[in-house]
Ligand binder design. Structure first.
Ligand code: F6P
Length: 316
């Protein structure tokens, strides 16, 4: 393998840049040329390429976002556009691709494999919703950012004796909500894997006259109706606070930077040694190769969290 492309796709996540730096550094060691592809799959279709080097990726290991830009490419979903990729690969001399992204991006990699293109994936998403890996790149950073925001809201809630429903991201996964709820000692955590009704939340909160923080995973739907129910049941002010994109940006945590760099290097090594159709996950702080069919499965909240921690959080 002489020339490899790397792209970041879907929602950006802290740690993506570390993965790029790791792949570039490993490629230089192996004297493999590495090409950055701009704006995810859109850049692949439009041949927006830029050769990368160690000087270009210097100092980016903990930089948030992605220096390559990203997109949720609608064109790439269409077979007529994807059919062009093998020709693009051949005419530009690309022998394989490293795809950094979440579930949808890895499904794109599966489609490329079906077209005969060697790919290796890296789990870049804050959602922690991919199989075969302890966590995805950006999850730890996003949870930490949300924890800081909730601590600030707790100051306000305590002072005003109010109720805050704090919506965190995660798509259909409750991982961010679980971790944030536990780290902040929230009064209730609502996750899509074990959703509670507004009445159940109100019953729990009615046991105390104090302020309350409810962590609400976005996968549970719009919290507006639940907030109205809480207001009526508790006769207290109820505010909804959405942390939104704030939790996706910012300096990557040391763990996301460290793991991200290792994943980038492991992806380059796997691809250059002829392995493909695998995502580089992490187990026990070591990169592992996870077959795509395992990676694209959802990552359920493990039984120990559901059985031990969640009931504690919701009935304290
Ligand atoms: O997948 C990452 C994520 O931030 C999800 O948590 C969220 O549901 C979604 O992306 C938001 O998507 P967009 O960036 O397209 O608004």
């Amino acid at each position: 393998m002489k020339r490899v492309g790397i792209l970041t796709s879907g929602g950006d996540s802290p740690g993506m840049n570390a993965a790029i730096a790791g792949a570039v550094t490993a490629a230089e060691q192996k004297r493999i040329e590495i090409i950055g592809i701009w704006n995810g799959y859109d850049g692949l279709l439009d041949e927006q390429f830029l050769p990368l080097s160690s000087s270009r990726v210097r100092g980016i290991n903990s930089l948030g976002g992605t220096i390559l830009g990203t997109s949720r490419s609608e064109r790439f979903m269409l077979p007529e556009w994807r059919r062009r990729v093998p020709d693009t690969m051949a005419s530009t001399g690309l022998d394989g691709l490293i795809i950094v992204g979440g579930n949808g991006s890895l499904k794109g990699a599966v489609a490329l494999e079906q077209a005969g293109i060697p790919t290796v994936g890296i789990p870049g998403t804050i959602d922690n919703d991919l199989g075969g890996t302890d966590f995805t790149l950006g999850f730890v950073t996003a949870a930490e950012t949300a924890v800081k925001a909730v601590r600030r809201l707790t100051d306000v809630a305590l002072s005003e004796k109010g109720v805050f429903v704090v919506e965190v991201m995660g798509r259909n996964s409750g991982y961010i909500a679980m971790f944030v709820g536990l780290a902040t000692g929230a009064d209730f955590v609502n996750i899509p894997e074990a959703p509670s009704t507004p009445q159940e939340i109100a019953l729990k909160l009615s046991q105390s006259e104090e302020s309350a923080i409810v962590i609400w995973a976005e996968g549970c739907g719009d919290p507006s109706a639940a907030a109205e129910t809480l207001k009526a049941a508790l006769h207290r002010d109820v505010e909804i606070s959405r942390i939104g994109y704030l939790q996706r940006g910012g300096t990557a945590s040391t763990l996301d930077s460290f793991i991200g760099f290792g994943m980038g290097a492991a992806a380059l090594n796997a691809l250059s040694e002829g392995r493909r159709s695998v995502m580089i996950g992490v187990r026990n702080l070591q990169p592992v190769e996870v077959p795509y069919e395992v990676a694209v499965q959802t990552n359920p909240i493990p039984p120990y969290l559901q059985q031990i921690l969640l009931p504690l959080l919701n009935t304290r």
